[in-house]
Design a protein around this ligand. Structure first.
Ligand code: VGL
Ligand code: ZN
Length: 206
């Protein structure tokens, strides 16, 4: 059984948003086109409390992109983004929300970040995504969304760790590229972990 997993297609990650990913809105049409080809479509949402420890407001004197510590781990400092119930946390207006069967929220604990759609960054708490996939007998996921070098990458790596066949739809992803080359390196790292890189034209593969 296949599932399509759409990562963080939220306004704050789109041009004009608080943590805008360059060209991020270009993937919404890819998501809408693919959603009709899957019996199960799951979307993740970055869903932070206002006092989340990844926010610059929690780190006086630091700048966006600096490293801080959160939950005992290195943490990139981000602008305030995807605050629960705020407009920036909503899906992009053009995303076909009616095609989404399940929404999984992550990043709800102020004391730790959660790039992956499966677990927080310390693998301490699960989000429920694995349970949903298991309940539907999913053994292969097709993954796309924002951002290639953060939430998409960590979701893909966890999926591989959980033994899922993992297909990354490359043209359905855009990255932050905080350091130039981050996106390219993320794709390589996913490839080394056994993620298959595909184009949306080839989905679903025979
Ligand atoms: C993300 C940084 C902070 C993402 C979420 O969706 O890739 N990146 N929070
Ligand atoms: Zn976040």
């Amino acid at each position: 059984m296949n599932a399509l997993v759409l990562v963080d297609l939220q306004k704050d990650f789109m041009p004009g948003g608080a943590l805008a990913v360059p060209d991020g809105d270009a993937v919404v049409t890819v998501a809408n086109r693919l959603a009709g080809q899957f019996d199960l479509v799951i979307a993740t949402k970055d869903w932070h409390p206002r006092d989340h420890g990844s926010f610059i407001t929690a780190h006086p004197g630091k700048a966006v992109g600096d490293l801080a510590t959160l939950g005992g781990m290195d943490q990139v400092v981000w602008p305030v983004h995807c605050v629960q119930e705020s407009p920036g946390a909503e899906f992009h207006d053009d995303l076909d929300a009616g095609a989404i069967n399940e929404v999984i929220v992550k990043g709800t604990d102020p004391g730790i970040d959660s790039y992956s759609g499966f677990f927080d960054n310390g693998h301490r708490q699960a989000t429920g995504l694995q349970d949903v996939l298991e309940a539907h007998g999913v053994d292969r996921i097709y993954l796309m969304g924002l951002a290639t070098d953060y939430c998409v990458k960590y979701t893909a790596l966890d999926a591989r760790r959980l033994g899922l066949e993992t297909m990354l739809i490359v043209d359905g992803c855009r990255g932050v590229d905080l350091a130039p080359g981050d996106v390219e390196r993320a794709l390589e790292e996913m490839g080394r972990a056994g993620v298959t890189l595909v184009s949306s034209d080839d989905v679903p593969l025979p």
